[in-house]
Design a protein around this ligand. Structure first.
Ligand SMILES: CC(=O)SCCNC(=O)CCNC(=O)[C@H](O)C(C)(C)COP(=O)(O)OP(=O)(O)OC[C@H]1O[C@@H](n2cnc3c(N)ncnc32)[C@H](O)[C@@H]1OP(=O)(O)O
Ligand SMILES: O=CC(=O)O
Ligand SMILES: [Mg+2]
Length: 569
């Protein structure tokens, strides 16, 4: 079967485009732009593999998404998330996950970043133990980004990736020693609107996983995994039934590839509030495929607000005050360490959002000090490794982990955290403390709009006000404004005593757009997608019913079908 696409030759961008086609299996339709490089990824066999996964698991995924909706209704009606009495035996019985493969025993510093060509090379060369290549929080899921990302990862796994920065006349290549590659596909909720299977959009994460696995498993296992792999990070799950689907996907992939069961390994991000009560259950489902859990702290904060959207007594203070020092955040990290070490796998720390500040040495040192403190807390608490957003942070973080872990590859056996067995549901749900300010509202507005403007133009992680911002951090800005508006909270931290209302927010949006214009300049504001972002973000903050995900809500704006046709999902 042939699927219609438009081939645009680089040299004839302005000329009439030649038509070309992806060769697709029965029932598959590609609606993204045709490109010769993409066609090497979107082969008939690879697409057949993705379609098989889609057909086998779509019913399970739909059911899991229905369960999420049901849980949301419960929470909105006043229920609190908690440990499930039905799975008490899983939490209380003694079992362990399959042993951690030697190739990834030491993960003390992991760098993360989008699947962009130059960044992949820089990350693999960065000196970190692991590079988490991201199709998720750090990537705007445009067709171009996703497909180029697959091309880049294939070249990276083959060891042939290079990049010529023409402006700087600099060629990027891999060093002899590189970080081990983990790949993070999108969450279960995101569709891929450029690939249709049997008349409906494919499940985004099955496209990301399926294409990457199909093209790379053999080479990866030979060159990087010491017979294991490929390795994955799995985001945004809410319940162990979602982990069971992943486990089944892995088993299906292993079977099709003819590789040993338990070859594929994954670390699950615990980054939703419901999932903190399911950590044992999630590990149990993935026990043959697990290499641990990770504290996805930014989405976790977002999820706290989302889960409690119907609870007027659980409002967040200013975003900058919700750090790992809050009781509910510390409890989550401690319980995650105890759970992982009891089950024999890594307990990974999270992302400090600071990045190097080039033009202000004092501010830079203050930021580095915050990162060191955060990482020191993590390693002393028992985490086996942690995340860095930027290569410039790696030496400082490595130093903290080296001086506390020495030559031990991890702390799985040495720090058991049995004290964390006492952590209760109340600890995990404890209300965050702190004040709310007009500046907090302004900052959320400024960050949310600028992030969305970048995302709409294909950039999924950006530096803003000396911090890394990505989909997870931007979500906090969005839902916090929504929550403050819904409950008309009083801004009690700046002595103004003003209540947050639509009128106030409208004024703040106007003033912050003016500020953004001053900061980025008239020209960039005009050329960029700031006005569209402002409209979308303002709507998302003021709708009566909270959108589940900023990225899902805005997705249609980045879908481009070729030849042009309706893109609405
Ligand atoms: C909540 C979560 O999910 S966290 C995980 C998801 N988020 C991320 O992965 C964010 C990753 N980080 C980034 O995207 C970037 O560091 C940003 C956007 C925060 C900052 O980017 P910039 O301001 O462009 O960085 P900066 O200009 O300082 O970059 C300097 C060099 O470091 C490289 N670099 C910066 N961050 C990274 C990274 N994460 N991985 C690899 N290389 C990087 C740049 O490519 C650049 O290389 P060059 O000197 O060869 O040109
Ligand atoms: O994915 C990580 C997070 O903090 O969110
Ligand atoms: Mg996240």
């Amino acid at each position: 079967m042939l699927s219609l696409g438009t081939l645009v030759q680089p040299s004839q961008t302005e000329k009439k485009p030649a038509m070309s086609y992806y060769d697709v299996p029965e029932g598959v339709d590609i609606r993204g732009r045709y490109d010769q490089e993409f066609a090497k990824i979107l082969t008939k066999d690879a697409l057949q593999f993705v379609a098989d996964l889609q057909r086998e698991f779509r019913g399970h995924v739909k059911y899991a998404m229905e369960c999420r909706k049901e849980a949301k209704t419960w929470y909105n009606n006043g229920a609190l998330p908690g440990f499930d009495p039905v799975t008490k035996f899983v939490r209380e019985s003694s079992w362990v996950c399959a042993p951690v493969p030697q190739a990834v025993a030491d993960r003390r510093v992991e760098i993360t970043g989008p699947v962009e060509r130059k960044m992949i090379i820089n990350a693999l060369n960065s000196g970190a133990k692991v590079f988490m290549a991201d199709f998720e929080d750090a990537l705007s899921p445009t067709w171009e980004n996703l497909m180029r990302g697959q091309v880049n990862l294939k070249d990276a796994v083959n060891g042939t990736i290079s990049f010529h920065d023409k402006a700087r006349n600099r060629v990027y290549k891999l060093n002899d020693q590189t970080a081990k590659l983990f790949v993070r596909p999108r969450g279960w909720h995101l569709p891929e609107a450029h690939i249709f299977v049997d008349g409906e959009p494919a499940i985004g994460c099955l496209v990301d996983f399926g294409l990457y696995f199909f093209h790379n498993y053999a080479s990866f296992r030979r060159t990087q995994g010491g017979g294991y792999g490929p390795f994955f990070y799995l985001p945004k799950m809410e319940n162990s039934r979602e982990a069971r689907i992943w486990n089944n996907v892995f088993e299906r992939a292993e079977k099709l590839a003819g590789i040993e069961r338990g070859s594929i390994r994954a670390t699950v991000l615990i980054e939703t509030l419901p999932a903190v009560f399911q950590m044992d259950e999630i590990l149990y489902e993935l026990r043959d495929h697990s290499v641990g859990l990770n504290c996805g702290r930014w989405d976790y904060i977002f999820s706290y607000v989302k889960t409690f959207q119907g609870h007027s007594d659980r409002l967040l203070p200013d975003r900058v005050l919700v750090g790992m020092g809050q009781h509910f955040m510390r409890s989550y990290s401690d319980l995650l360490i105890r759970t992982c070490h009891r089950r024999g796998v890594h307990a990974m720390g999270g992302m400090a959002a600071q990045i190097p500040i080039r033009d202000d040495p004092a501010a830079n040192e203050a930021a580095m000090e915050l990162v060191r403190k955060d990482k020191l807390r993590e390693v002393k608490a028992g985490h086996d490794g942690t995340w860095a957003a930027h290569p410039g942070l790696i030496p400082a973080i490595m130093e903290v982990f080296n001086s506390n872990m020495g030559s031990n590859p991890n702390q799985i056996q040495s720090i058991k955290r049995e004290d964390a067995a006492r952590i209760t549901e109340e600890d995990l749900l404890m209300r965050p403390v702190g004040v709310r300010t007009l500046e907090g509202l302004r900052l959320n507005t400024r960050v949310g709009i600028q992030y969305l403007a970048a995302w709409l133009t294909g950039t999924g992680s950006v530096p803003l006000y000396n911090l890394m911002e990505d989909a997870a951090t931007a979500e906090i800005s969005r839902v916090q404004i929504w929550q403050w508006l819904k409950y008309g909270v009083e801004l009690d931290g700046d002595g103004l005593g003003v209540k947050v209302s639509r009128e106030l927010f409208g004024r703040v949006v106007e003033e912050e757009m003016e500020r953004i214009e001053r900061e980025v300049g008239k020209e960039k504001l005009k050329k960029g997608m700031y006005k569209e972002a402002c409209k979308i973000f303002s709507r998302q903050c003021t709708v009566p019913v909270l959108d589940d995900f900023l990225t899902l809500n805005a997705y249609n704006h980045i879908v481009i079908h070729h030849p042009k046709g309706p893109s609405k999902l």
